[in-house]
Design a protein around this ligand. Structure first.
Ligand code: F6P
Length: 354
């Protein structure tokens, strides 16, 4: 066995580009530095199995189509807090010590965690004081990991949202309808803003900017000269429902479509894009990010660093302390470049002063 054994795992919701990160980590760690590399299955859950669920990774096992495929071939999880882990009867136990003990038993002295802000927070807590060096790689379609311009998976989701708007446009034209596209983004509106701008939306709603349903309807009537016409609205799932909407079980996009139909008299429909944004082959930029992040993570571990997050800033891959990245989700900067662009194009984006 080589003197270094590196483990890699994926944690949190999946997205496109995870396999490309695993490939880059494996190629660089095993190919360049000659380390042993193992993959842990199903995030931390694989370490709570007895025996732990692991696979050996070599440049041969990640050759070919691996980096082109969606999802994560290692599996992932959003469940099972190791600090309060349920047994068969539902009783909760602190099993955080088991996670570290299993890593040590496997001979792991370096770990790459591919995750969003929640997973990075979890592993920071788990690994603190363990003596295992680790580096995080940011991934999430929501693009809300602080400290990086872009996370792996985001641009694939933007492609899916933009293409959905392209497709909705022709059916909207045919029927002179308002089409509302609800995209993911619980706290932040990056997919809505980037996808909406790229896909030619007339209205872009984000959790960061409050909107007024009356003002939106007025904008649409002005835009269309008050005649039923094709109108594209994109709304993040995390935007607040319109006032008066008392149903709690509906998607916010459905409520917005209903309210716009009532106020404009135009026919309106809603499409909820859902998990289509997470699936499928990664966009080319996600593959570039994934490759650069994976290689950089291994280099950081090779140079003896730990508790770092690899990030993309202004076209450069660099790194920051994990502690700077786990303070909570980051939001669309409301004075940022693309917000200015959307305003310049006359797109309704809510009701902050123009
Ligand atoms: O955090 C990423 C994300 O895709 C959110 O945009 C979305 O709200 C959530 O995950 C969906 O999670 P699940 O797959 O558990 O339904």
């Amino acid at each position: 066995m080589s003197s270094r054994r590196l483990a890699v795992l994926t944690s949190g919701g999946d997205c496109a580009g995870l396999n490309a990160v695993i490939r880059a980590v494996t190629d660089h760690a095993a190919g360049t530095y000659g380390w042993d590399v193992i993959g842990i299955k199903n995030g931390h859950l694989g370490l709570l199995e007895d025996p732990p669920l692991v696979v050996k990774l070599t440049p041969e096992t990640v050759r070919g189509n691996v980096s082109r495929t969606g999802g994560t071939f290692l599996g992932t999880t959003t469940k099972g807090d190791p600090f309060a882990f349920p047994d068969a009867t539902g009783k909760l136990h602190d099993r955080s010590g088991d996670v570290i003990a299993r890593l040590k038993h496997l001979g792991v002295n370096a770990l790459v965690v591919i995750g969003g802000d929640g997973s990075l927070r979890l592993f920071q807590r788990l690994l603190n004081g363990s003596g295992i060096s680790w580096v995080g790689v940011p991934k999430t379609i929501d693009n809300d990991v602080p400290g990086t311009d872009y996370a792996v998976g985001f641009f694939t989701a933007v492609e899916v949202a933009g293409e959905a708007l392209d497709r909705l446009s022709s059916t909207a034209e045919s029927h002179r309808r308002i089409m509302v596209l609800e995209v993911m983004g619980r706290d932040s509106g990056f997919i809505s803003l980037y996808g909406g701008l790229a896909g030619g939306a007339d209205v872009i709603l984000m959790p960061e900017i409050p909107y007024d349903i009356e003002a939106m309807a007025t904008h649409i009537k002005k835009l269309t000269d008050n005649r039923p016409s094709a109108v594209l609205v994109v709304a993040a799932e995390g935007v607040k429902p319109p006032p008066g909407d008392r149903r709690t079980d509906s998607n916010v996009g459905v409520a917005i479509a209903r309210e716009l139909q009532a106020r404009t008299g135009f026919d309106a429909r809603c499409t909820v894009l859902g998990h289509l944004q997470r699936g499928g082959s990664p966009a080319m930029f996600d593959r570039l990010l994934a490759s650069s992040f994976g290689a950089k993570a291994v280099d950081l571990l090779h140079s003896g660093q730990t508790s770092r997050l690899v990030v993309w800033r202004g076209g450069v891959v660099t790194d920051i302390p994990i502690a700077d990245a786990v303070a909570g989700p980051c939001f669309v900067p409301i004075d940022g470049e693309l917000i200015r662009t959307a305003r310049a194009l006359g797109i309704y984006i809510g009701d902050t002063a123009r």
